[in-house]
Design a protein around this ligand. Structure first.
Ligand SMILES: [Zn+2]
Length: 467
């Protein structure tokens, strides 16, 4: 009887202390201005985010979070903005090793005289690995926590991305001519299937299949790729309507536009991401909206290669989800998504002659929640909300350039640079703390990239000039 009473008392004491006590979580980021990018566009002047394991469990004022939670680790974000990690919806990560190799050329000349020959001589699993590590380092340092990629030896990219601790929707590239990892498109498709199966269900990697473009693949191969993607339940990533040359190929070969040709062969479907969509007609836009194709807008690459201006405001009005991307570093020449946001906002104001076109909050949405939606990941990432993965940035707002701050959304788009990111959390883990990347050895990554640059230099020089 007495023992029973003691047990009841003990249970009551435990229940009472749990009520009064605070829930233990793994990480709290507190004291900063939280820009949540959620449905209500919540901005908390002195906010906090409670994280447990890989997930966000609460977003509230700093006081409210302090009352409800205790954390194993706390990050003081006062004087900083806390925002969702940036999502780069289009790049070719290893191409950072071709950064600045050949500038100021049109796409076809740049591809055919420099990039394709350089790739033929240098791309290997080791090259791809070194390039991805360099790209991941740059992405972490500039606040990108998730990216979409299309390249060769994508399994090496996936391994390096996982080691770096960031998220990737990674597409094994298929192209009609022989490439370093496949002599034929059939071989490329077989590689893609093996890759998709290898990384299915991974916590950080979403494996995908990436047909290069409608002008570099025949109709039969494009149809087969769609069938494989549907069977394997994998996303598809493709370049679309990037240049007038591509439009000409579609017209000459198929009497169609690139978008309408792909529609005619049943290529479009959900979980499809198309990069660029520069040269699209109103009818093309209707197809992209109806098929729920996610788009990646790459303003810097489009400007640098003079490809044209994607009609982003019209696409968004039509209901197409448009994310932002940098494209490969060889045509940009960096992976800084803050710069991509600013350039996107400026470009559309200029071309539409309307300063209200693409305002700062819209550019910020494209780089976060709309990018997530374009990748089919908006339930997991893209905003700071309970139940989503903890992918977030702590961005300094303390420099002369950023003072004073009336509106954090304006600052994030119009004055912030990648270097202002201090701390990066991905999947609940701190991958950069106070500018120190914790998941890789920065010196080693840079030295390795510099070694590869010498091989690249030799590969693109005429034999007589090598010595
Ligand atoms: Zn591209």
């Amino acid at each position: 009887m007495v023992r029973g009473l003691c047990a009841v008392l003990a249970i009551s004491v435990v229940a009472l202390s749990a009520q009064q006590g605070r829930r233990a979580v793994s990480l709290i980021v507190t004291g900063g201005t939280v820009v949540a990018m959620d449905g209500g566009n919540r901005v908390l002047a002195v906010g906090a985010v409670a994280i447990d394991g890989r997930d966000i469990v609460a977003v509230d004022t700093a006081d409210a979070i302090a009352q409800r939670f205790s954390a194993a680790e706390t990050i003081d974000a006062s004087g900083h903005v806390v925002m969702p990690g940036l999502i780069n919806t289009h790049t070719h990560a290893p191409m950072v090793l071709y950064r600045g190799l050949a500038d100021d050329l049109a796409l076809m000349e740049w591809l055919q005289k420099y990039i394709f020959p350089a790739e033929a001589k240098t791309v290997s699993p080791d090259f791809v690995r070194a390039g991805t590590r360099l790209a991941a380092l740059e992405m972490i340092q500039s606040g990108t926590t998730a990216y979409a990629d299309m390249y060769y030896f994508e399994e090496e990219i996936a391994k390096a991305t996982k080691e770096a601790g960031i998220r990737g929707v990674l597409g094994q590239t298929i192209i009609q001519f022989p490439v370093p990892d496949a002599k034929t498109p059939a071989e490329g498709i077989a590689r893609a299937v093996a890759f998709i199966r290898q990384f299915a269900g991974d916590d950080l990697i979403v494996p995908a299949i990436a047909p290069h473009a409608m002008y570099t693949l025949d109709a039969a191969t494009l149809r087969e790729i769609r069938a494989v993607a549907t069977r394997e339940k994998a996303p598809v990533i493709i370049h679309l309507a990037e240049t007038p040359d591509e439009v000409k190929v579609a017209r000459d070969k198929y009497k169609s536009t690139p978008t309408q040709f792909l529609e005619s062969i049943g290529f479009w479907g959900p979980r499809t991401l198309a990069a660029h969509a520069v040269h699209v007609t109103p009818a093309d836009i209707r197809i992209l909206a109806r098929r729920q194709v996610g788009l990646s807008h790459n303003p810097e690459s489009n400007m640098k290669l003079a490809s044209g201006t994607s009609p982003v405001p019209a696409l968004r009005t039509a209901g197409v989800t448009v994310g932002l991307g940098t494209d490969g570093a060889a045509s940009n020449n960096d992976l800084d998504m803050f710069e991509a946001m600013r350039q996107a906002a400026f470009l559309h104001k200029l071309t539409s002659k309307d300063p209200r076109a693409l305002p700062a909050p819209a550019a910020l949405r494209m780089a976060t929640i709309e990018g997530a939606r374009a990748l089919g990941l908006d339930r997991e990432i893209g905003s700071i909300e309970p139940g989503k993965r903890a992918d977030l940035l702590v961005v300094s707002m303390r420099s002369a350039r950023q003072t004073p701050m009336y509106d954090p959304l304006s600052h994030l788009v119009y004055v912030t640079r990648g270097d202002d990111v201090r701390t990066v959390v991905v999947n609940g883990k701190v991958v950069m703390r106070d500018r120190t990347v914790l998941t890789m050895n920065e010196g080693e990554v840079l030295a390795d990239a510099t070694r590869w640059a010498e091989k690249v230099r030799q590969a693109v020089q005429p034999a007589a000039k090598v010595h």
